[in-house]
Design a protein around this ligand. Structure first.
Ligand SMILES: *Cc1c(COP(=O)(O)O)cnc(C)c1O
Length: 404
């Protein structure tokens, strides 16, 4: 996060900010994490318990998150990026396998494919939903014979996983959902991750359920969950908590080479406290979105996020608008004290991936190339006060009115 905690909730603002009177001049950061009131006590308890790494809190968080999603198995890990890599490794694909991925994604997802020893194959997006469609997925699959695919819930929009799986010609056990934006989203009443072979979540500072850092894999498959669980901690057959428990032994084996990607009990205790607040935060996100929609809908040159909300529950991780001369609007908003971000700079625009994938591969995603130049994410988080929302709305309105 490149922002300061300058924008406070109403409750915090009355708490004696020594910059009183300066609130009107303060900035509206792009993102500010919210933390439930129970977090501090939970962390202190873990610190006092004498066990701070992966242990009972991690197990309890896995159960709580599985209950929240309605998933059979959850394995908590260090990040969504490592979750993606662990799932790919757990699939035991031949080295160098082609793996479909949107180009419009976070670099961590591309790195996960490369670190697992495979080859990213870029998939273009549908202009309205900002995620790959059945047509773009089938086109990418026709260029290569993919061994696996990562799909992504861009901004909180739940992709139609079965349709894309079929378009790619893959079995469901070869599809990983990058659900970093997914908590709170559902399709036809099924929450993202509830019935997935492998859904990877992020608890990074700016995500819908922040821990600070952290991730999780949700799976309907016991075997996949077991392999990820062993590989999140070096591939050791027993983690130190299980060796420490009564009857535990110092002995362990390494059957597969794993990563150091476990979650600590400190993180897990924060996650457990945060989960209780998540439904309320999702509600606040939806309310802010409704306000933005209403206030921005008639502005010249501004395309609001599309929502084919038929059977779709959006998680509203991001409020992504499209606008010509996007970079100029970013500068105008910054001058007005409003932070923004862009999701994402396509993988095909990054130097290292251009070198690895080659120019021909990077030229396969024309819609992504065009749309990515227009994408802009406005501030959207539960702690964004009504005053902050109004400042975003008036800054955008002002900037676009001056333009036309
Ligand atoms: C944030 C993000 C990630 C990475 O999450 P980490 O937990 O920071 O590793 C992966 N994919 C997408 C789409 C993201 O937005």
């Amino acid at each position: 996060m490149s922002t300061t905690n300058a924008e406070k909730t109403g409750a915090e603002q009355t708490g004696g900010d020594n910059a009183s009177g300066q609130q009107a001049q303060s900035t509206v950061p792009f993102a500010v994490p919210s933390f439930a009131g129970e977090v501090s006590d939970a962390v202190v308890k873990v610190l006092d318990s004498g066990w701070v790494t992966t242990g009972p809190q991690t197990g309890a968080f896995e159960q709580d998150f599985a209950d929240y999603l309605g998933a059979a198995h959850v394995v908590a890990v260090a990040s969504c990026t490592t979750a993606l890599e662990l799932c790919l490794r757990a699939m035991e694909l031949p080295p160098g396998s082609p793996v479909l991925t949107p180009s419009l994604t976070f670099c961590g997802a591309i790195n996960a494919i490369l670190h697992a020893g495979h080859r990213p194959v870029l998939v273009d997006i549908d202009e309205d939903t900002l995620v790959p469609s059945v047509a773009t997925t089938a086109a990418a699959a026709a260029r290569t014979r993919p061994a696996a695919m990562i799909v992504q819930n861009q901004g909180g929009y739940p992709v139609d996983v079965p349709a894309l799986t079929e378009a790619a010609g893959l079995d469901r056990t070869r599809v990983i959902e990058d659900a970093a934006h997914g908590p709170g989203a559902a399709r036809d009443g099924v929450p993202v991750g509830a019935n997935s072979y492998a859904a990877c979540f992020s608890f990074y500072a700016t995500k819908n359920m922040p821990i600070g850092e952290g991730g999780a894999v949700a799976s309907s498959d016991q075997g996949l969950a077991d392999r990820v669980r062993a590989m999140r901690l070096h591939g050791m057959s027993k983690d130190s908590w299980r060796r420490y428990l009564p009857g535990g032994s110092w002995r362990y084996d390494v059957k597969t080479v794993g990563l150091k990607a476990n979650m600590t009990d400190i993180q897990a205790s924060i996650g457990r406290a945060q989960l209780g607040a998540l439904p309320g935060w999702q509600q606040l996100r939806a309310e802010i979105v409704a306000r933005y929609d209403q206030a921005l809908k008639d502005l010249p040159g501004l395309v609001l996020p599309q929502r084919s909300l038929d059977g779709v529950q959006h998680a509203w991780h991001l409020y992504q608008v499209r606008v010509q001369n996007r970079d100029a609007l970013i500068a105008d908003l910054e001058a007005a004290g409003v932070g923004t971000s862009v999701h994402f700079i396509p993988a095909s625009h990054m130097t290292s991936y251009q070198e690895i994938l080659g120019a021909d591969e990077c030229a396969t995603v024309p819609v992504t190339d065009r749309v990515a130049e227009e994408l802009l994410s406005l501030p959207l988080y539960p702690g964004l006060s009504v005053d902050g929302q109004d400042r975003v709305i008036s800054a955008v309105t002002e900037a676009l009115r001056t333009r036309s």
